[in-house]
Structure formats: structure tokens, C-alpha cells
Unconditional design. Structure first.
Length: 368
């Protein structure tokens, strides 16, 4: 019998909860998932850490990631973007597999160092592009690979939220270029670009536009306003290596849209449409059909669905984290390759960087 994997997690807020939920669900629903010990949770605020350890089921806490990265079997980096590089590289240098939240880093050069460290370490290094693990997206990939949509012509992806449309919404690290790298572009656009690469192929050229609508925001609990140094929204026209045309967009100012990630793909034989707000469905145009039909993705032979409920019993956003953790942790225990990995994270980062440069230079930019 193999020993359980000791898990160490940096970060206990939104993403900490999403991954801890996945750790708890895995033994219940995925019989062949490796056994886990939720060993240690890392952060700076001891009281908040104790509370998080209790709620999320971790055995102990630590206030310095340096004490943890070489002690555990897997290191999860779920902190803000500016703490992705140093702890992840240290863990990889200690030979510890790493799973890191997206985008890979605030800057292209940090992302390059992280991908190089992963290459050198030769252990699994995954990035949390969880939307690959929506059953409808996996099914879409199968359809495209089997040629059922024919030759792909168009990719359209937009990720719309509205939590910053109120100018009095408080400042956070997500509004700061040093800590976040970029705004809607890196936080939301990274997901769309990953799906574009997963479903359609690599991006060769971009023409991008970034915009900040509110330049400063109130700091919670203080009588001050701090500058917003990232984009609130971006859009880009992209050309894929294989000739596919694409348009991408993300915003935190899209009134009425809460977490609306939409993908549309058209090919010579058919098309598909996916919306995260209806994640159990895929709209499909099949060859010879006059219009789109809505397919409910809850049958046991749909990707991952045999682990959950009887047909028609829908799943949610949190299940994408269970699926990605299942695949990643199995790659840790079996030694099989995991994707998306740090190489995929770096490829996305190159596109993010090119879109930003294209906006700054006012011209179309080649991704390499
Ligand atoms: C931002 O609001 C956010 O939480 C992103 O950081 C996540 O990656 C996305 O899945 C949902 O929205």
C-alpha cells in the first residue's frame, strides 16, 4: 500500500476553501484517488490560520512557507500572484510537486523562471486552470479532436464580471500591478486563453486593448484612496498558429454579469457554445442540422459524471476543482504527466504579455 500524500497549502481564503473542499470530496467520490493528509496550512495571521485549519480540516499551521516546502509531499500555492514564484521555485528545488493558482506569475520573467524550475525538477508542476475540467469542455475537446466540427474557423471567448463597476468598491491586491501583474487580463483572460489553447491551438499574434475605468479606490477601514494600476477590462483580436481567427474579452465592469465565461467555436461542419453560468449544458450545431441543440451533460458516460449523481442531477463550479485535483494528485502518485502544467502556464503568460505590449505600443504583436 502506498503512503498517504501529505499536503501543504499556502493560502486559506477563496482558493484555499475551493481546494480544501476538493480534498474532502475526493475519497468520497473518486475511489482511485490517492489518499491524502491535509497536513499543514500556511499564512501570516495566526488567529485566522487556526480558524482556517479547523474549518478546512488541516492538522497544523505554519507562518513561514520555507519551513514547509521540503516537508510535505505536495505543495499548493494558492496565494496572491506576487507570492507564486519564490515559494513554488523553492518547493520545486526541494523536489516537491507543486500546484499553483493562475496566472502563473505577475510577470513573464517570473513565469519563465517557474517553468524552468519545473523542467529542472522533473516533478509534477500543475497550474489551476480549472475550467478545462468542466465536463462540457472535456466533451467539446473530444468533438473537436474527432473532427466533428470540421476545420475550425472561429474562437470567441469572453469572461465578464461586474464586481468593480461600483467606484466605491474597495481596493485590493487585485488592483495593483506589482502584486497582480495585470487586472481582468491576467485574472480572467488567463482562463479564456488556456481554454483557447486547449480547444483550438496556440496563439501566434495579438492586437490588444486595455482600459482602466476607475483610477483609485477607497482602502477598507481607512480614510485613504489607493491607485488602481491594472486594467479593469481588456479585449483582443488574435490569430492562431493554425489559421483560426479569435476574439477575446474580459471585464470586471460588465454590469449584470457575475461570473460569465462564454466560449463559442465554429467549424466547417458545426459549432458549439458554452457558458459557465449554465455549465451542465453544451449547445451544439451538428453536421447537417439546421440549428443548435442544447445537450445536457449529466449522463454517466459524460466526462467525470459517473463519479457523481444519477442523470439530470447537475453539478457546480466547485466540482471543477475536484476533477482537476483528482488528475493532478494521480499524476503525483503515478508519475504520469499532468496538464495544464507550468509550461502551459508560461504559454498563457506569453499571450497575456503580448496583449499588454500590443496595447502599450498600439500595434499588432507576435507572441514569440
Ligand atoms: C475573480 O473574481 C475570480 O475569482 C478569479 O480569480 C477566478 O480565477 C475565477 O474562476 C472566478 O473569478
Amino acid at each position: 500500500m502506498t503512503a498517504p500524500l501529505d499536503i501543504g497549502v499556502l493560502g486559506y481564503r477563496f482558493m484555499g476553501k475551493a481546494h480544501a473542499n476538493a480534498f474532502a470530496r475526493l475519497p468520497m467520490f473518486f475511489e482511485d484517488a490517492p489518499e491524502l493528509n491535509r497536513e499543514v496550512i500556511v499564512g501570516r495571521d495566526e488567529a485566522a490560520l487556526d480558524d482556517a485549519a479547523d474549518r478546512l480540516g488541516f492538522a497544523r499551521t505554519a507562518t513561514d512557507w520555507r519551513d514547509v516546502v521540503d516537508e510535505v509531499d505536495v505543495f499548493y500555492n494558492l496565494g496572491p500572484n506576487h507570492v507564486h514564484a519564490e515559494p513554488s521555485i523553492a518547493a520545486l528545488e526541494a523536489g516537491t510537486p507543486v500546484f499553483c493558482e493562475k496566472p502563473l506569475a505577475p510577470t513573464l520573467s517570473d513565469a519563465e523562471s517557474m517553468a524552468a524550475a519545473a523542467e529542472e525538477a522533473g516533478v509534477p508542476a500543475g497550474i489551476a486552470f480549472n475550467y478545462r475540467f468542466v465536463p462540457a469542455i472535456q466533451y467539446a475537446k473530444e468533438l473537436i479532436e474527432n473532427g466533428e466540427l470540421g476545420e475550425i474557423h472561429h474562437f470567441r471567448g469572453r469572461y465578464l464580471q461586474d464586481w468593480l463597476v461600483d467606484p466605491e468598491a474597495p481596493w485590493s491586491w487585485r488592483n495593483d500591478a506589482e502584486m497582480a501583474g495585470s487586472g481582468a487580463l491576467g485574472d480572467l483572460g488567463a482562463h479564456t486563453i488556456d481554454l483557447a489553447r486547449f480547444l483550438v491551438g496556440d496563439v501566434a499574434e495579438v492586437s490588444g486593448q486595455l482600459r482602466t475605468f476607475v483610477d483609485e479606490r477607497p482602502v477598507d477601514g481607512e480614510d485613504e484612496r489607493w491607485a488602481v494600476t491594472v486594467d479593469d477590462a481588456y479585449s483582443a483580436q488574435v490569430a492562431f498558429d493554425n489559421g483560426v481567427m479569435g476574439t477575446l474579452e474580459a471585464s470586471r465592469f460588465a454590469s449584470g454579469h457575475k461570473n460569465d465565461h462564454t466560449i463559442e467555436i465554429e467549424g466547417s461542419k458545426g459549432g458549439l457554445r458554452f457558458s459557465l453560468e449554465r455549465l451542465n449544458e453544451l449547445e451544439l450545431l451538428r453536421e447537417g442540422s439546421r440549428g443548435y441543440e442544447t445537450v445536457l451533460m449529466t449522463d454517466p458516460d459524460d466526462p467525470y459524471l459517473d463519479h457523481w449523481w444519477p442523470p439530470g442531477h447537475v453539478i457546480g463550479w466547485e466540482h471543477t476543482f475536484v476533477h482537476e485535483n483528482y488528475e493532478f494528485l494521480r499524476s503525483v502518485s503515478t508519475g504520469n504527466e499532468y496538464h495544464p502544467d507550468f509550461g502551459d502556464g508560461l504559454a498563457v503568460q506569453r499571450v497575456l504579455d503580448a496583449i499588454q505590449r500590443s496595447d502599450e505600443q498600439g500595434e499588432r504583436i507576435s507572441v514569440d
